[in-house]
Design a protein around this ligand. Structure first.
Ligand SMILES: *Cc1c(COP(=O)(O)O)cnc(C)c1O
Ligand SMILES: [Zn+2]
Length: 413
């Protein structure tokens, strides 16, 4: 493989205290304040090196944005074809709601069936480049499955820790990919404690959400893609099911980078954070005007990806929501389960419960007049319903014997 012009990564910078860190070795959180490190690039040089029009001829994966991705040597990219997911116009659903420009970003088409593939492709690639030899993750399910897959592709052992009630599909995929899977009595943050101790004792590299700098770089590509797919004009509103917040934080970062690259103007979408009624630390902090979100006690929701009681990037999520003129709101499990079916039946879209929550959120925001029906609105379907068969599989279908002469009579008219 010939070595093509690659990353303009220069250093890491703490998103909280501004401390500068070396990007050429494995890093986790800011050593000074314990908050989130961001990857920084020489965007002026990148602006000279690549025009947005040149992207069109590149591969249909998130690695098409390689100048603003962290991997220096293309041979280190661990890819399964993640990204460049469709931005589907939702016309039938739009009509039902009265919306004239409604879209669904269909992240369920990623490898392993969720957008976690983006983050883990970026994090595993960079970890390989910097010499990590084993990887560990606390996960509600989907991130674990994605780490298992990308770890296998990289040839590295992976250790996944998920709540014992995580979806069966995510346990099965960890086993299939050969990860070491451990079930934890508790939630994702309880799993996180076990990983932290193992990291110290066993030398794993911990790829927890926003506790290493590169998962956010993978997820930010959703922002680049939205701009590219909409002709370099961002939508008016983005509804995003928020757990650890990597996606919302990553996209918000991407918008600033793109403006500095000269690819978009100053217009920003309203960033709207949707959480479950049973676990809404970000919504509570938003309503109370706080920049930090204390842990949510007794977290509960069928949408495991957003059943995240505490987020290290709380201030980044809340800043993006506020600076964009967005909002944060909760929806009930009943509402999001209903909207899984609506997305499936009205649009043929296989939505994860987290993705469906954005539709439930949209209904409320239209009712309350926060969003107008003529605005360009993007819902993020962050995963495929196929990963959540525990929630909706029906088994009592009629069985027909083709040799039975009465079979036609058994079919309802
Ligand atoms: C992890 C996850 C989320 C939450 O994503 P963050 O970017 O961490 O907020 C939403 N939906 C699904 C399906 C997930 O797996
Ligand atoms: Zn810091």
């Amino acid at each position: 493989m010939t070595k093509t012009a690659q990353s303009f990564l220069t250093h890491l910078e703490c998103s909280y205290c501004g401390r500068r860190e070396d990007a050429q070795r494995l890093q986790t959180i800011c050593p000074a304040c314990g908050k989130v490190l961001f990857a920084r690039y020489d965007l002026d040089a990148a602006r000279e090196a690549v025009s947005r029009d040149a992207l069109a001829a590149r591969e249909a994966s998130m690695w098409r944005y390689r100048e603003v991705m962290p991997v220096a040597d293309p041979r280190h990219i661990i890819s399964l074809g993640e990204g460049m997911t469709p931005l589907l116009p939702a016309q039938r659903l739009g009509k039902e709601l009265g919306c004239t420009q409604l879209y669904v970003k269909e992240e369920g088409l990623n490898p392993t069936g969720t957008f976690k593939a983006r983050g883990l492709s970026a994090a595993v690639s960079r970890a390989v480049e910097l010499g990590a030899t084993s990887l560990a993750i606390p996960s509600a399910g989907n991130a674990g499955g994605a780490l298992a897959a990308y770890g296998a592709r990289a040839g590295l052992p992976t250790y996944v820790f998920m709540p014992e009630d995580a979806p069966e599909s995510t346990k099965a995929e960890c086993a299939l990919y050969g990860a070491r899977l451990y079930l934890v009595k508790g939630l994702i943050n309880d799993a996180g404690k076990i990983v932290r101790e193992g990291t110290a004792r066993r030398g794993w590299f911990d790829v927890s959400t926003l506790k290493e700098p590169y998962r956010a770089e993978g997820k930010k590509t959703m922002g680049y893609e939205l701009a590219e797919q909409l002709g370099w004009e961002l939508p008016d509103a983005i509804l995003y099911p928020t757990g650890g917040g990597t996606g919302i934080v990553g996209m918000w970062k991407a918008f600033d980078e793109m403006e500095r690259l000269g690819w978009i103007g100053p217009k920003r979408p309203k960033m709207i954070s949707v959480q479950a009624e049973g676990c809404a630390p970000i919504v509570r902090a938003f309503d109370q005007g706080e920049r930090h979100a204390p842990a949510w006690e007794g977290a509960q929701s069928v949408a495991g990806g957003i059943r995240v009681p505490v987020a290290i990037g709380d201030y980044l999520i809340l800043d993006a929501v506020r600076q964009s003129g967005g909002t944060a709101l909760t929806v009930s499990d009943d509402a999001l389960l209903g909207d899984m079916r609506v997305l499936a039946r009205a649009e043929g879209i296989s939505a994860a419960p987290e993705g469906a929550a954005t539709l439930s959120g949209l209904r409320r925001l239209l009712d309350e007049g926060f969003l107008r029906k003529d605005e360009r609105i993007v819902l993020f379907n962050t995963g495929s319903a196929l990963k959540y068969q525990d929630l909706y599989v029906q088994r009592d279908f009629p069985v027909l014997d083709p040799n039975d002469p009465a079979v036609q009579d058994q079919i309802a008219a």
